[in-house]
Design a protein around this ligand. Structure first.
Ligand SMILES: Cc1ncc(COP(=O)(O)O)c(C=O)c1O
Length: 386
């Protein structure tokens, strides 16, 4: 139904949801849903984790917001924790994925010093909806209505090193990519490809910008997806799971170059506020204390094994791919009707790129919850196989 007060950029479906706990949501009539795609990959600790709720309400009573020229205890602490878990870097906090990407684009312009400004981006990528990040997004359906976009973004084919090499010239300053293209259909970057891109960036003094907005924070069973590839980014972008539902994002830049983004060159009114940073610290603590990464590995493998069994049974499943708890099921036909039918039966997954079903559950999801969801998916597959 079309709202008379909301700009219709979203297709709203399903009932009105009023409550969530762990991997479940309840609608206003009390019907329970299993959510295997909580918050589009955001709610990594499940819905309304009690500890996150507690910290938010405590901090809200102490201090919600402070401008960035004043100091609070949690911003520096949150930055230190992120650096400890990743690489020697300095951190800029913002509020959403697209803002982290914008910060990286601006950083690249500074790094290029007016002489190098071309950024290589990938076909099928997704980096956000503001003008810079949209310009870095290699999908016509998002870009086309907004032409002309920001110039100097050069598209290369994902996982094709030879193609990338031909796109580099004197004006190139960096390469931006997702290690697993999420919106683009859960396409996993090859190990060798990323190794070669990393070496190419080193040799040519190019910034290797890794967008971990979707893959970061344990999603793929390592804290950050780049850690599967034995490389280090120059810039890493985080959001989604970083606040486990609270809006926050971060750009991490290699320490020895970070200071070129000097005083006044970038800012965010809300970025790095006490409430957001307290939540980031709590999320990191819970990931550790609740041994979330080993759950992602264990349950992720279980999920993929079960999906491969389904693939053997249903000829219309083309491929099952992903890492950890970021999984895509590519179909030979359209995926949206399956998503809708699964939702009707009380399970939330996602449909992307026309023919890919995406499952990205909470990182503390239980095997039994995966079984419950896959039983419904199997029922729907059976119906479609007829
Ligand atoms: C890889 C990636 N980068 C950036 C973004 C943009 O994030 P946001 O919607 O918070 O601006 C997304 C959102 O899905 C994403 O998946």
């Amino acid at each position: 139904m079309m709202s008379s007060v909301l700009i219709p950029v979203y297709k709203k479906i399903g009932p009105t949801f009023v409550r969530g706990k762990g991997s479940y949501l309840w609608d206003e009539r009390g019907k329970k849903y299993l959510d295997l795609f909580p918050g589009w990959g955001v709610s990594i600790l499940g819905h309304s984790h009690p500890q996150i709720g507690k910290v938010i309400s405590q901090q809200a009573r102490e201090l919600i917001h402070l401008p960035n020229n004043l100091v609070h205890p949690y911003q520096e602490k949150a930055a230190r924790e992120l650096v400890k878990l990743s690489f020697e870097a300095k951190v800029f906090f913002a509020n959403s994925g697209t803002e982290a990407v914008e910060a990286a684009i601006k950083f690249s312009r500074l790094y290029g010093g007016g002489k190098r400004y071309e950024i290589i981006m990938m076909k099928n990528s997704f980096h956000g909806r503001t003008f810079g990040s949209l310009s870095a997004t290699g999908q016509k359906k998002y870009r086309y209505p907004f032409r002309p976009l920001l110039p100097k973004f050069i598209e290369a084919k994902f996982n094709d090193f030879e193609d990338l090499k031909t796109k580099i010239n004197k004006k190139t300053v960096g390469v931006i990519l997702e290690l697993i293209q999420g919106e683009g259909g859960v396409n996993v970057a090859d190990y060798d490809y990323i190794q070669k891109v990393s070496t190419l960036c080193r040799k040519n003094d190019l910034l290797f910008i890794i967008d971990e907005v979707q893959t970061g924070m344990g999603r793929t069973s390592k804290m950050f997806c780049y850690q599967h590839y034995d490389i280090k980014p120059d810039i890493m972008l985080l959001s989604k799971g970083l606040g486990a539902g609270f809006p926050v994002s971060a750009m991490l830049v290699k320490k020895d170059i970070a200071d070129i983004m000097g005083r006044g060159l970038h800012a965010s009114t809300f970025g790095g506020n006490p409430l957001a940073c307290r939540v980031v610290l709590e999320v990191l603590k819970l990931l550790r204390e609740e041994r979330i990464l080993s759950n992602v590995k264990r349950v992720g493998e279980y999920l993929r094994k079960k999906l491969i069994v389904l693939k053997e049974r249903f000829g219309f499943i083309k491929e099952v791919r992903g890492k950890g708890l970021m999984v895509g099921i590519e179909l030979k036909g359209k995926s949206y009707p399956i998503f809708e039918e699964v939702l009707k039966r009380g399970v939330i997954i996602n449909s992307t790129h026309e023919n890919v079903l995406r499952i990205m559950p909470a990182l503390n999801v239980k095997k039994e919850e995966i079984d419950e969801g896959l039983n419904i998916l199997e029922e729907v597959f059976k119906k479609y196989a007829k």
